[in-house]
Write a protein that binds this ligand. Sequence first.
Ligand code: B12
Length: 307
Amino acid sequence: MLVSADTTGIGIGAIAHEIGLTKDTLRVWERRYGFPQPLRSTGGERLYPQEQVTKLRLVKRLLDAGHRPSKVLPQSITRLQQLAEDSGVGQDAPDVELDRLVELLRVGRYDDFRFELLKRATREGLARFVLDAAAPLSARVGNAWAAGTLQVYHEHLFSEAMQVALCSLMRPLSEALRGRGAHPRVLLTTLPGEAHGLGILMAEAMFALVDCECIALGTQTPQQDIVDAVTAHDVEIVALSFSASMPVQAVVNGLTELRQMLPSKVAIWVGGSSPALRRKLPDGVLNVAGLAPIEDAVAKWRHSAML
Ligand code: B12
């Protein structure tokens, strides 16, 4: 094991959180595949230098896209970059208008960014804006962060502007729907540990567009609070979002626990790019694969509710 003379590098807890893995997984990879190969602080703690962090980010994205650890971990970073390019990981589809929006963010023209976003939302209407702008732009901003061309504070500014644009179109509709006896009644949130809230906001827009009553709790709601809100609002569907950043096991455990706590007549629908959702989910949890399929899933729910 290497010993670092100074203490440069990132600790195992911080790196596991950033990459969306458990500390155990990092230790197992180290033993099994010889990567990562952290330095050690004078106190014996693992420290990950920047180039290993960069490679780990890329490894995680390839695994999220379905590649296997045994095929990915032993490769050099150059080989992994090639693999990512060949399999389209982190590649944006060409779109000049979205590129322009990312550029406004990058150069710090935030007022222009907000204005352009709001203008596009108003011009296109809620459904088109969500599907053609909000969703692909989120992916683009994430890719730019991973490539090092945008900083975390850009992501924060992006999220604020996107929330304003989405809410300004959606909230009047949601409010008009309230009290009309619309079904299904859908509670939207994320579980503790999932701080990303744009996916569930976009899902709310799609539910509202097909006349569902939406009860939006924001992000990171503890399971017991979800159960209490379900009872208080007579909720029929709990909709949850999982980005790629939450460790797979935490997603599965969180969902299993919630499923056990909720009555079986309350459906749990999940969405988002977490690789956990491509695995076998607990019985009684439905993966709705994307935003456009919400319309169909609601139609099926209504059909079976009438039987
Ligand atoms: C904005 C953003 C942030 C903001 C979030 C602010 C907020 N209020 O939401 C901030 C700056 C706080 C942030 C922080 C972090 N982030 Co961030 N973030 C993003 C970004 C750009 C968008 C986030 C988002 O809401 N995504 C969720 C939705 C929009 O995307 P989706 O999961 O693909 O889901 C799609 C569909 O499946 C569907 N959908 C989603 N939910 C649901 C639900 C239902 C029911 C249905 C039907 C459909 C559906 O809608 C989406 C549209 O296509 C993404 C990039 C990306 N591609 O997502 C990175 C991203 C998620 N972040 C990432 C990371 C690493 C982090 C940080 C660890 C480090 C950092 N960048 O600062 C921290 C961790 C925070 C934490 N405590 O967990 C990584 C995760 C990668 C990984 N494999 O782990 C991403 C993917 C960026 C990247 N390319 O690497 N982030």
